[in-house]
Write a protein that binds this ligand. Structure first.
Ligand code: G6P
Length: 602
């Protein structure tokens, strides 16, 4: 969602701010803006739509200055218009904000009582006006910002810039992440280290509740209780901040292609050459009696697959829920519960809130994340990194297959610890995964061809059974996210309980069916679809294709795999179907409309 940058530099900052905002584009946004202080004078430029519009605005109306803040906005309160875009300015104060100020209406009423008027519908304008109000009696800029932040409820990351202050940025974090970058005689602030990577690899992450005052030479941080705080400065590995497409047309194409390497990394982090799976200290399945898995979006579907693995392989009861439901359901928690929160970004607001609910209830809180320094990781007892590397495309791909890979290893380990036999060939067969994923990428050309037909449909249905059911859901989610075609995933056994009413010649049906124990049943459901004129794209293996191709419009053949690996492998065609359908429709693959990569508000 919204991205924040700030620079106290030694050169003109406008181009630096725009470049940093470009690196935050992946989070999703619909308007952007920057503010600078030049010769003591605070000014700003903003534009709706992509950053190119802001760059155009800056060509016509340059914004000089060596200190500045910038923002990409994903609209929450108020439409994506220039006047609602950040930075918000009130007199001497400009502010950029990520998150939601929950008490902004109350604050507006208080300010209105002092005759203060508003020009936007945003919660953020309230912050700028409140700070400006506190400065009226001569209170210093930093002190006014501190007073302002103390009055705010909700989740936020904020950066303030002030008229007349060329060597000052104030930053605050509550709920939304914020990183401070150290340069040589320069200081930076950003929503993440990726934004700051071209400027510096020396990063200090603000903790929850921190308030920071930056100058070019100094960084002073106070914690949530107002005490001076010492936060570690880390040298981050640039490999984790490199964002380029490596010759691919889109980040998504690159990230799909990277899966053999990413999954290999995930495997090696937990599985050694002797076939031993090692978990981090603090995670021991011997005392675990039930597992609660909570996540959002694609990560939730990874949890749904994991439920099949934990229950069938490790005989461990699993509860799975989407975080936004789980947190308000307030479920009772029995002793012996391991609560695991799965999140690529580690910043999803609902997942974090669900985690907080479980903090004093579960025996152990584990985070399965791609960003080890994320909030969800930091709030957990045990962190399980998935090692996917930076994922930039809004639609999750390699993080999903890496989440699945780590979850499968956890299920195998749980089975071992509980004295159960592993499925034949496990865990050694896991090592074949990168090669198998590589092979499955080869269906690309065929999928691209099929996608040209899919792109003409108005509705598309995905079917799967057992551990492939969540893959049907994931396939449908990916497709609707990227191509804006209405798509639904169903458990194929549910077909006759409703969705079959939708089937006619105009509705393509994608059937995910490896030749496993449930194959025949899924194929019967597929026959029911074809009997009603439905155009079927069957994704199966060579054995499956031999027996079930007849009458299908297209058969996509996956490598033959041990049962447990099928959901990981079948993720690839699900991703490619969405990718190539989006290409055929000409939609914005990496930044689909209205979507954000990291959903930091409820
Ligand atoms: C957004 C993204 C999805 C992602 C979901 C959960 O909706 O567009 O790709 O699966 O958030 O994100 P997380 O970072 O918690 O995995």
């Amino acid at each position: 969602m919204c991205g924040i940058v700030g620079v106290l530099g030694s050169h003109e900052v406008s181009p630096i701010l725009v470049e940093a905002l470009k690196r935050l584009e992946y989070r999703g946004y619909d308007s952007a803006g920057i503010a600078t202080v030049n010769d003591g004078h605070l000014d700003r430029r903003r534009a709706v739509g992509k950053l190119i519009n802001l760059s155009d605005e800056l060509v016509h109306n340059p914004l000089p200055g060596k200190s500045g803040i910038g923002h990409t906005r994903w609209a929450t309160h108020g439409a994506p218009t220039v006047s609602n875009a950040h930075p918000h300015q009130a007199g001497r104060v400009a502010v950029v904000h990520n998150g939601i100020i929950e008490n902004f209406k109350e604050l507006r009423t208080e300010l209105a009582a002092h005759g203060i008027t508003f020009v936007t519908q945003t919660d953020t304008e309230t912050v700028a006006l409140l700070c400006e109000y506190h400065m009226r009696d001569g209170t210093s800029a930093a002190e006014a910002a501190r007073k302002t932040v103390a009055q705010l409820d909700g989740a936020f990351a904020l950066a303030f810039l002030f008229d007349g202050e060329e060597d000052l940025i104030v930053a605050a974090r509550k709920g939304s992440p914020l990183a401070i970058g150290h340069g040589d005689g320069e200081m930076f602030v950003g929503s993440d280290a990726i934004a700051l990577a071209p400027m510096t690899d020396r990063i200090t992450y603000l903790d929850e509740g921190d308030f920071a005052v930056l100058t070019r030479q100094s960084l002073t941080i106070w914690d949530a209780r107002g005490n001076l705080a010492n936060r570690e400065m880390r040298q981050i590995t640039l490999e984790n901040t490199r964002i380029n497409k490596d010759g691919h047309k889109h980040f998504m194409a690159k990230e799909i292609a990277e899966q053999p390497v990413a999954v290999d990394k995930a495997l090696r982090a937990y599985l050694d050459d002797t076939g031993t799976i090692t978990l981090p200290d603090g995670l021991d399945f011997s005392g675990v009696e039930r597992l609660t898995l909570v996540a959002c979006g694609t990560a939730y579907y990874a949890c749904m697959v994991a439920k099949y693995w934990f229950e069938t392989i490790a005989r461990l009861p699993v509860e799975v829920d989407v975080a936004s439901e789980f947190r308000y359901r307030e479920p009772p928690v029995a002793p012996g519960t391991l609560a695991m929160f799965v999140s690529q970004s580690g910043e999803t607001a609902d997942t974090l809130a669900a985690l907080k609910y479980m903090q004093d209830k579960a025996d152990v809180i584990a985070a399965l994340v791609n960003v080890p320094e994320s909030t969800i990781a930091r709030e957990s007892d045990v962190v399980l990194p998935i090692h996917a590397g930076p994922e930039i495309s809004v639609a999750s791909t390699k993080a999903f297959t890496c989440q699945l890979t780590v979850l499968l290893m956890l299920a195998l380990k749980a089975a071992q610890v509980r004295g159960l036999p592993l499925p034949e060939g496990m865990p050694e067969d896991l090592r074949a995964l990168p090669g198998l994923i590589h092979q499955s990428l080869a269906s690309e050309a065929q999928i691209a061809r099929a996608a040209r037909d899919l792109a003409t449909a108005r509705d598309i249905i995905f079917l799967g059974r057992g551990q492939l059911y969540p893959l049907a859901l994931e396939g449908a989610l990916k497709l609707k996210e990227l191509s804006y075609i209405h798509a639904e995933g169903y458990a194929s056994g549910e077909l006759k309980h409703g969705p079959i009413a939708l089937i006619d010649e105009s509705v393509p049906v994608i059937v995910m069916a490896p030749r496993d124990a449930l194959f025949e049943k899924t194929i019967s459901n597929m026959q029911e679809v074809m009997a009603r004129g439905g155009r079927v794209v069957l994704v199966t293996d060579a054995d499956g294709a031999r027996t079930a191709s007849e009458g299908t419009a297209e058969v996509i053949i996956m490598p033959q795999v041990p049962d447990a690996l099928a959901p990981i492998l079948y993720a690839v065609p699900a991703q490619q179907i969405a990718y190539f359908t989006a290409i055929a429709k000409g939609t914005d693959v990496d930044q689909p409309r209205n979507l954000a990569k990291s959903v930091t508000v409820e």
